[in-house]
Design a protein around this ligand. Structure first.
Ligand code: PGA
Length: 250
């Protein structure tokens, strides 16, 4: 059985004061509570130290929002996977649609980053998902399968991988696909992982759904077959909302 992962993608939001407040709210909220999922927060790079200090030793893991594909060197403004690891991260989000759009990140680059993340001992969360135009054209599965084929790294034994299916049109829009549409894509992702990684390795990969997940729709989305958690943007910025989603994990 795959344990669900509820991951907060804080994006370019927050400050040290805001982060302290939010993390304290999360820690208070889970204190003494049974959790049937893993929790992860991914703040902006400059907040990793503040947030990392607060979550260290707790049941909340720390993650980055991006890393460079190279180990080190002349890459002004970039952060290596080893730096994230050194800052206390266990995960890194890669190939988010906002990075694909804002920074022109293509599949091959996402794969290089994922390889670097694995080499540094991080678990990559590789994001895929179709635009509204692609969905309307009936190309959702083809787009997602092409992104997976191009972005996924090879895995060595013991290395973990997470996929996030995030329809671009559902991110921050308040719109979500139906549960049957989500189920169709997650099943296709699982099949494609089985094909590329083999059945046993594929069975261990968690496939998150992301895009306007909220406490009000989390239970039904998280109950869909092959939905192994959520990647949460907006609702991860409020402790009560994020924990509401975590509590919706069966
Ligand atoms: P959202 O963002 O929850 O605000 O839609 C999800 C994401 O982009 O990861």
């Amino acid at each position: 059985m795959r344990r669900k992962l509820i991951a907060g993608n804080w994006k370019m939001n927050g400050s040290r004061a805001f982060s302290k407040n939010l993390v304290r709210g999360l820690l208070d909220g889970i204190s003494g509570a049974e959790l049937s999922c893993d929790l992860l927060v991914c703040p902006a790079a400059c907040l990793l130290e503040t947030v990392g200090g607060l979550v260290a030793g707790s049941r909340i893991a720390l993650g980055g929002q991006d890393c460079h594909g190279a180990e080190a060197g002349a890459h002004t403004g970039d952060i290596s996977a080893a730096m994230l690891k050194d800052a206390g991260c266990a995960y890194v989000i890669l190939g988010h649609s906002e990075r694909r759009q804002d920074h022109g990140e293509a599949d091959a680059l996402v794969r290089a980053k994922a390889k670097a993340a694995l080499a540094a001992g991080l678990t990559p969360i590789v994001c895929v998902g179709e635009t509204a135009t692609e969905r309307d054209a009936g190309r959702t599965l083809a787009v997602v399968e092409t992104q997976l084929a191009g972005s996924l790294p090879d895995l060595e034994s013991g290395q973990a991988l997470v996929i996030a299916y995030e329809p671009v049109w559902a991110i921050g829009s308040g719109r979500t696909p139906s549960t049957s549409e989500v189920g169709e894509v997650h099943a296709a992702v699982r099949r494609s992982l089985e094909f590329s990684l083999g059945g046993e390795t594929a069975a261990a990969v968690r496939i998150l759904y992301g895009g306007s997940m909220k406490p009000g729709n989390a239970a039904e989305l998280l109950a869909v077959q092959d939905v192994d958690g959520g990647l949460i943007g907006g609702a991860s910025l409020k402790a009560e909302d994020f924990l509401g989603i975590a509590r919706a994990c069966a």
